[in-house]
Design a protein around this ligand. Structure first.
Ligand SMILES: NC(=O)c1ccc[n+]([C@@H]2O[C@H](COP(=O)([O-])OP(=O)(O)OC[C@H]3O[C@@H](n4cnc5c(N)ncnc54)[C@H](O)[C@@H]3O)[C@@H](O)[C@H]2O)c1
Length: 291
């Protein structure tokens, strides 16, 4: 009792501790999401806005798609009260092929010249989604897949960290997959699985390298998430009802995930609520990988 009292007193009346809710808030933070013109990246942008972020950069392959997403998201919050928090929403879309290190660097220069700062980077890019038995997998397609899924994530994380290291820190989240740890069936996708496993260890390694510089790197791993916009989900779930049924039956919670199911974990990892977590992974899969 005495110790608690003296600690409270020593912080003085003018120092107010952030409440837990404030630590979950993205208010005042500049955020960036890659692969955000559609699918889960698009949903994560909404999660950022709904937790107070008003300055957001959207990166996707094509300028036009990134700018359209920026416009749409901004428009969707008109008259909802979210914009009336003060500053209004500043959401900017940039075309950037993340497989090109030079383009990633140039795009970050544009983002930083617009916002002047970056607090959180969320990497949700997904390049090639396809299934070939490993015996026949075309070599050029394996390379394309790694170019985006692995190299693209590395270039983006590194560029974000270069800025964050120089500016006191930040949070980087990479999207991994349950396929990093288990071999999901029935689709034959060995290179995809391997790229996600590589990403997981990349995140852990970067977390250790950058920990002392206050740059945190975590991964978010989930099972199949239903999203009518999502290419990876749509290709399998919506076209194959048998797979849909099988996956549901293999999920202890008895359903597939919805984009909203992962938003909370995404914000937790990007926000100060997870300020002592780095190299970690949150699994959002309704128990799928446990059975
Ligand atoms: N949807 C799921 O069920 C599921 C499950 C596990 C993991 N994931 C992971 O979640 C992430 C997002 O998946 P999704 O379902 O939203 O995919 P998606 O295909 O719907 O969206 C991916 C986005 O990345 C963009 N993109 C592709 N190549 C790019 C490049 N070279 N440069 C920049 N942008 C590029 C696409 O244009 C697209 O907007 C991926 O990393 C995926 O592996 C998804």
């Amino acid at each position: 009792m005495f110790r608690i009292q003296s600690r409270l007193m020593s912080s003085g009346p003018s120092v107010r501790r952030q409440t837990l809710l404030e630590r979950f808030s993205m208010k005042g933070k500049v955020c960036l999401v890659t692969g955000a013109a559609q699918g889960l990246g698009y949903e994560f942008c909404r999660a950022f806005i709904e937790t107070g972020c008003t300055r957001l950069a959207i990166l996707d392959l094509k300028d036009e798609a990134a700018q359209r997403a920026a416009r749409e998201i901004k428009e969707s919050y008109k008259n909802t009260g979210i914009e009336s928090t003060g500053e209004g929403l500043d959401i900017v879309g940039f075309g950037c092929n993340v497989a090109s290190e030079a383009l990633v660097r140039q795009t970050f220069e544009k983002v930083l010249s617009h916002f002047g700062h970056l607090d959180a980077a969320f990497i949700s890019t997904l390049g090639v989604v396809e299934n070939y038995p490993a015996l026949d997998y075309p070599n050029d397609r394996i390379r394309r897949l790694f170019d985006v899924n692995f190299y693209g994530a590395f270039y983006t994380a590194r560029e974000a960290a270069r800025h964050m290291v120089a500016n006191g820190g930040g949070s980087i989240v990479l999207i991994s997959s349950m396929s990093a740890d288990i071999v999901n069936i029935p689709q034959p996708q060995a290179p995809y699985n391997a790229s996600k496993a590589a990403l997981k260890h990349l995140a852990a390694s970067l977390a250790v390298e950058w920990a002392s510089k206050n740059v945190r790197v975590n991964t978010l791993r989930f099972a199949v998430i239903r999203s009518f916009l999502s290419r990876s989900s749509r290709s399998l779930i919506e076209q194959d009802h048998e797979i849909n049924r099988t996956w549901k039956s293999m999920t202890p919670m008895g359903r597939l995930g919805e984009p909203d199911d992962i938003s909370g974990a995404a914000i937790f990892l990007c926000s100060d609520a997870s300020r002592f977590i780095t190299g970690g992974e949150i699994v959002v899969d309704g128990g799928y990988c446990l059975t």
